[in-house]
Design a protein around this ligand. Sequence first.
Ligand code: HEC
Length: 170
Amino acid sequence: MDISAENRNLKLTLNFVFSVFISTLMFSCGPTSGISHNEETEQIIDDVQWCGNAVMDSKNYDWAIKELNLDGDGNHGQKLFKQNCTVCHVLSDQKLTGPGLAAVYWRLPEPKVEWLKKYILNSDSVYKSGNPYAKKLHSEYSETPMTVFQRQLSDKEINDIIIYVVGNTK
Ligand code: HEC
C-alpha cells in the first residue's frame, strides 16, 4: 500500500468514526431531551394560560418591596393569587367579576398598603366604614361582592400577594 492509499484509508476511518459520533449525539439529543422540552413547554403554557398573569420578574418584586416598604415573596404571591383571585381578577385592565388590576396601586386611596391589606381581608367592612373609594367600586361591581379572606389568608400571605400584584402591574 502506498502512502496516498494509506491516507485515504485513514480519512475514511476518521469519517466513519465522526459520523457515528454525530449520529449518537443526534440520537441522544432527540427523544430524551424532547420529553423534557415538552414538560417545560407545558409548564410555560400552564403559566401563560391563566389569562396572561404570567409575568415573573424578580426585579419587579424588588421594586415593589422598596416602593411599598413591605416584605413579601412575589413568587409565593403568584401561587396564592392563582388559587384565590384569578376567578375574578386578571392583571391586565380586562374586567371579569372584579376589576382588572392593571396599575391598581396608583389609584388606591392613601395610605395605599394599609387600605389594600384591609380590603383584601374584608372588602365589605371597608365599604361599610364609608370609605368613598370602596363605595365607588361597590357601586360599579354590585352584582358579586369580593370574597372575604379574613380567615383564609395570613398576614404574610396577603403581603406576598400584594408584592406579586403591585410588582406586576406598576
Ligand atoms: C368572587 C370574586 C372575587 C375574588 C375571588 C376576588 N375578588 Fe377582588 N374584587 C372583586 C370585586 C367584585 C371587586 C370590586 C369591589 C366589590 O364589589 O367588592 C374587587 C376589588 C378588588 C380590588 C380593588 C380593585 C380596584 O380597581 O381598585 C383589589 C385590589 C382586589 N379586588 C384584589 C383581590 C385579590 C388580591 C384577591 C385574591 C386574594 C381577590 N381580589 C379575590 C371580586 C373578587
